[in-house]
Design a protein around this ligand. Structure first.
Ligand code: MRU
Length: 343
């Protein structure tokens, strides 16, 4: 397979490597991935995370295993196991559907590798297109708030919502980037902060609970978030806390934008209530852990509720910025998400 060099994903001499996103930014640990079992563990522990990246990494591993001579039966079983690695982000299912089509061909051992590479190349192009469309919505002098991490770490390219911010910043239109820390796993505080630093884009880190006060003071001009699944009615599942930001934005009259590739769209899912929401381990809420070490602050017997995602209803979203262009609320009401999207 051709080499790939992305922010958090590499293929070098037919070997797959992932950057541990749980250890960043304190440690830059690259792990070689050789088996489906290893990758599922990396995905479940969020060493590999972000909707597009999960699907691409799974596809690349299958492509490499096919090239190494794994049988069709074994590949089918590997694909089924990977499908169940995380339930909410539909990019994994959409990418693996494409890999399944390649697996069904006569020359699957080459076709799967080619398809995985195509998915990576496409993802890069989708990110660029999203950034181009999204930047048109950013006014000069904007103060933008973003949540979680939707950048190069979460994709093979420049990212989705963070790609928009990056492009708008390059165009000189961004005055301020507010980065929400994104409890419990701190994808904003650890990953987005690190990425923006690497890109020399100034940012200000806030606790999630500070967004309301900032909006009340008129210091946020727009919120930009990514998506893990866009349902047929335009509802969006994304990192826990996104819905709260959308409610706040609505109350304060601040536009709330969702940026995502069409691989995040699920026409078969009627609305947000039908999106499966992953529930995660209590330890993520009773303390913190990462490259900085770990600590626990809650009582040993604390009951915990820890959904990884929440659903933002379409009614709170100002526009959906996809690779195909800016989708308006009117288009969503007319059913644009009820059919498969074409890039
Ligand atoms: O649990 P995570 O870190 O995988 O959640 C990631 C998000 O919610 C992102 O906003 C989403 O996947 C879009 S990434 C381009």
């Amino acid at each position: 397979m051709q080499n790939i060099n992305a922010t958090s994903l590499r293929v070098l001499d037919n070997r797959l490597w992932i950057l541990d996103q749980q250890a960043l930014p304190q440690q830059k640990n690259w792990y070689r991935v050789t088996t489906v079992h290893e990758l599922i563990d990396h995905v479940r522990t969020l060493r590999v995370r972000g909707a597009p990246l999960i699907g691409l990494t799974a596809s690349l591993l299958l492509g490499l295993l096919a090239e190494q001579g794994m049988s069709r039966t074994e590949l089918l079983s590997a694909l089924a196991q990977l499908l169940a690695a995380r339930p909410t982000a539909v990019n994994l299912m959409n990418n693996l559907a494409r890999m399944g089509e390649a697996l069904a061909t006569a020359d699957y051992s080459d076709a799967m590798g080619r398809e995985a590479l195509r998915l990576v190349e496409e993802d890069r192009a989708l990110c660029e297109a999203i950034a181009g469309h999204g930047a048109t919505l950013v006014s000069p002098g904007s103060r933008l708030l973003t949540h979680c991490n939707t950048g190069g770490l979460a994709t093979a390219g420049i990212g989705t919502a963070l790609g928009v911010i990056r492009r708008a910043h390059r165009q000189g239109k961004v005055k301020q980037v507010w980065v929400g820390e994104t409890r419990p796993l701190l994808q904003g505080g650890r990953l987005t902060a690190w990425e923006l630093g690497e890109l020399s884009i100034p940012y200000t880190l806030i606790c999630d609970s500070m967004a309301a006060g900032l909006m009340a003071r008129g210091e946020v001009d727009a919120v930009w978030a990514g998506a893990d699944r866009i349902a047929a009615n335009g509802d969006v599942a994304n990192k826990i806390g996104t819905y709260g930001l959308a409610v706040l934005a609505h109350y304060h009259g601040v536009p709330f934008y969702v940026a995502a590739p069409h691989t995040t769209h699920d026409a078969a899912c009627a609305d947000g209530d039908r999106i499966p929401i992953e529930q995660r381990d209590a330890g993520e809420v009773t303390g913190v852990s990462g490259g900085f070490g770990s600590c626990r602050w809650a009582p040993e017997d604390a009951e915990v509720y820890n959904p990884a995602f929440d659903v933002t209803p379409a009614s709170l979203i100002s526009a959906w910025v996809l690779d195909s262009g800016v989708i308006t609320t009117g288009q969503v009401a007319a059913g644009v998400f009820r059919r498969p999207l074409v890039s």
